[in-house]
Write a protein that binds this ligand. Structure first.
Ligand code: SAM
Ligand code: DTB
Ligand code: SF4
Length: 326
């Protein structure tokens, strides 16, 4: 990744955001085209392996014990349920299976269970991703040893806005976890959430933080806030769609070889907005009718969307899942 810049200035990023929409999309799409197949999108499926009762206070989240969202607390899922969900995801065309747990950090005992899950999903010939909260160095090494492909841990927003959203862990805690994951040799998946009341400058600062990490994250999820009743962010003004698309475009320009994931929030987006996100440089998404605790567009709808746009789901070299192809 040595030819990639990790020294973007805030001013350079703000100038990109301010370009006329067509100029910005022309630029980001050109960069996208020179680094990726423009009509291919990588598809991952999510599963919540441990839901609810999280001790953290993330003000967007249905799973924080501090938010009265009516979510049932669930124990860690048994291994056979994980295997059947992953098998179904694979048969539906997903190449990566992402497992999320509502933890501040995993205990040693829970990590052992997650390692069994990762090994079982890998045995299905799928890529694996987990998101378990903060990780220590030795825990990251254990995950690398069992063959984990990606670890998701988002910066969520700018360092300046962060304190208004979460108080129970710091921005530096997040950067430390990313360092442990990167140093262990696991692919980093890190991005953020838009539409939490942040300014354009905050969006630019989030992208600056991501792009100026020692290495660009291999995967950059951009979530549009899913508003959840009972959370402090419920009812906040929705972000303008064009601003969401602009943010995807700027992410593509700053991190030209990273997968940019059009992540949570697609149920509230029309097809035209999603199409513009793909044009702007998004080349990954979650497929399957559930995210972690909220809905995702149903599979038929996404298959139709791919057909209408002539998009194909990206195949892994070693396996060829099929049902999402146009
Ligand atoms: N508990 C772990 C953690 O926070 O690191 C892993 C699971 S957490 C649900 C994973 C990510 O999902 C969060 O960092 C956040 O960026 C995203 N997320 C959670 N709730 C969301 C919501 N309502 N809308 C959009 N994104 C959300
Ligand atoms: C990410 O950035 N988005 C996904 C994944 N990483 C784990 C999670 C989205 C969660 C949306 C709200 C929910 O379903 O609870
Ligand atoms: Fe817990 Fe993760 Fe939700 Fe924060 S985002 S409350 S850490 S599950």
């Amino acid at each position: 990744m040595s030819d990639l810049r990790t020294n973007w200035t805030l001013n350079e990023i703000e100038v990109l955001f301010e370009l006329p929409f067509n100029d910005l999309l022309f630029k980001s799409h050109s960069i996208h085209r020179s680094n990726f197949q423009p009509n291919q999108v990588q598809v991952s499926t999510l599963l919540s392996i441990k839901t609810g009762a999280c001790p953290e206070d993330c003000s967007y989240c249905s799973q924080s014990a501090r938010n009265d969202t009516g979510l049932e607390r669930e124990r860690l899922l048994p291994l056979d349920e994980v295997i059947s969900a992953a098998t179904e995801a694979k048969n539906n065309g997903a190449t990566r299976f992402c497992m999320g747990a509502a933890w501040r950090n995993p205990t040693e005992k829970s990590l052992n269970h997650v390692i069994d899950m990762i090994e079982a999903v890998k045995a299905l010939d799928m890529e694996t991703c987990v998101t378990l909260g903060m990780l220590e160095k030795n825990q990251a090494l254990r995950l690398k040893d069992c063959g984990l492909d990606y670890y998701n841990h988002n910066l969520d927003t700018s360092p300046e806005f962060y304190g208004t959203v979460i108080s129970t862990r710091t921005y530096q805690d997040r950067l430390d976890t990313l360092e442990h994951v990167r140093d262990a040799g696991i692919n980093v998946c890190s991005g953020g959430i838009l539409g939490m009341g942040e300014t354009r400058r905050d969006r630019a600062r989030l992208l600056q933080e991501l792009a100026n990490l020692p290495e660009h994250p291999q995967s950059v999820p951009i979530n549009d806030l899913v508003q959840i009743q009972g959370t402090p962010l419920d009812g906040i003004d929705k972000l303008d769609s064009f601003e969401f698309i602009r943010t995807i475009a700027v992410a593509r320009i700053l991190m030209p070889k990273s997968y940019v994931r059009l992540s949570a929030g697609r149920t509230e987006m029309n097809d035209e907005t999603q199409a513009l996100c793909f044009f702007a440089g998004a080349n990954s998404m979650f497929y399957g009718d559930r995210l972690l605790t909220t809905d995702n567009p149903d599979e038929n709808h996404d298959q139709q969307l791919f057909k209408r746009l002539g998009i194909q789901s990206e195949k892994r070299e070693v396996s060829a899942p099929t049902s999402l192809s146009a």
